[in-house]
Ligand binder design. Sequence first.
Ligand code: HEC
Length: 201
Amino acid sequence: MSERGFMVRPRAQHRSARLLRIAARFGLMAAMSALLPTCSAPTKNDGEDPRKTAGLFVANSSDFRGFHQWASYDVTDDAELAGIHDGSTVTEYINELPPSGSDEFPLGTIIVKEATGGTIAHELFAMVKRGGGLNKIAVGWEWFDLIPVDDARDSVTIKWQGNGPPDGESYGGDANSGCNTCHRDCGNDSVCAKPFAFSNF
Ligand code: HEC
């Protein structure tokens, strides 16, 4: 008995030590593979914005910088038909077109609308797909009123942002007008201008 026990114990110890080593190695590998996706994500050079990964895109003023270089559309005639921005030249800019077949604009979509030369000399509004449960009417969109900054970098400051204009602000001279009302009625994920109809993508 004692001899057997003597024989067995070292082997058993040896085996369990080996198992421990293997387990440790696997454990390390598992830990590393668990870490890898989170470690490698920011170094990916596709430049995916962490806000998009997190599902909440809260825009700040630098997100609008250089918007004049984005894809742009002259919607002056549509604006005239809708009876808004009278006499203005109206241009819309979008940071990223939606993928073909979309029925909503992706998180992080920014659309800027600029009206110049009308009764109000220069208006700059925007809508940003923010997500995170904001805005139950124009779902997920946050509204912005922007002020252009003359800094040769095409910057803006944010006058206000949210579900609509704050008290005391007016849209096109109509103090009672929110942003959601008309936009919800446009369908097309609350984006009104014809060039942004989903059938175009
Ligand atoms: C009277 C209806 C009406 C109201 C109120 C309104 N919009 Fe619009 N908006 C439009 C229409 C129509 C367009 C499409 C372009 C055009 O014809 O000028 C548009 C276009 C836009 C666009 C470009 C994307 C798109 O939908 O084509 C932005 C950004 C925008 N509006 C922001 C705002 C903000 C911010 C407010 C509130 C402060 C607001 N809008 C209130 C009717 C309205």
